[in-house]
Design a protein around this ligand. Structure first.
Ligand code: SAM
Length: 243
């Protein structure tokens, strides 16, 4: 049997745990999605795992996007972004970036929230986005002040250029350029001189084939000052691992 002192200590311990848990839960920007932040103490391998808590994404794919629409609208950085998609191209083997993916919406809103809440500074920072697809994430980074290079496979740049042109009009705090880049290949000098401050990618890990090339690219692009932020669907990664 526990004595009164021990019970009291256990209760205090539980309360501390609950408070700690509460501190780790926040919400993202105007989208207000509840998220849990996990920090690791090793700076070199710092990992931030961000996932929705009781979000529809847990059970429903494409919770924030529609892959049948020609155009998606999303409020970010004080304007309504209009992202054109090409749903018909999605049927072509190997083509995935002709539509927007949930991870892109989450990463874009995450950037907006972290910058607007003062947790991250993108103003004047060099950002390289890998596998930009329709370009939502890169556009948001440019609106938040970054000098962004959005990249994708050579034959996937038309839609990307169109979306960048459509959304980055008027007063944009940063800038955006579109460039072809195939993971695993030698990067053009503009990508690595100087090395980027941030490398971003949403939903870029979905097939085992490209992972080694992606890793090689991350090593090429990253210096000691570079932060890599990748967003992906955990459920999708797990199921592709077990299939
Ligand atoms: C699932 S889509 C994600 C698109 C976008 N980031 C989003 O979240 O909506 C994956 C993107 O990675 C690009 N990609 C795939 N393999 C690639 C490679 N080997 N080199 C460069 N880009 C690649 C695709 O063309 C596509 O745009």
């Amino acid at each position: 049997m526990m004595g009164g002192e021990e019970e009291k200590e256990e209760e205090i311990g539980k309360k501390d745990e609950e408070e700690e848990e509460e501190e780790m839960v926040g919400s993202i920007g105007s989208y207000r999605g509840r998220v849990r932040l996990v920090y690791s103490s090793a700076a070199a391998a710092e990992m931030m795992l961000l996932w929705g808590i009781q979000q529809p994404t847990l059970s429903k794919p494409n919770a924030f996007v529609s892959h049948s629409s020609q155009q998606l609208r999303l409020d970010a950085c004080g304007r309504t972004l209009s992202i054109l998609q090409s749903p018909s191209s999605l049927g072509t083997p190997g083509v995935t970036g002709s539509v927007l993916w949930d991870s892109g919406v989450v990463l874009g809103k995450f950037l907006e929230h972290t910058v607007e809440s003062g947790m991250m500074l993108l103003q004047g920072k060099k950002v390289v986005e890998l596998g930009s697809g329709c370009g939502l994430v890169g556009c948001i980074a440019a609106l938040l002040g970054a000098e962004v290079i959005l990249t994708d496979l050579p034959d996937r740049l038309r839609l990307l250029r169109k979306n960048v042109g459509t959304n980055l009009y008027g007063n944009v705090r940063g800038s955006a350029a579109v460039s072809q880049f195939v993971w695993g290949e030698e990067p053009d000098l503009e990508l690595i001189q100087p090395l980027p401050d941030y490398v971003l990618g949403s939903d870029v890990i979905y097939g085992e084939d490209a992972v080694m090339d992606l890793l090689a690219t991350l090593l090429e692009l990253c210096g000691t000052q570079t932060t890599i932020i990748l967003a992906g669907e955990l459920e999708m990664m797990l199921s592709s691992n077990t299939s």
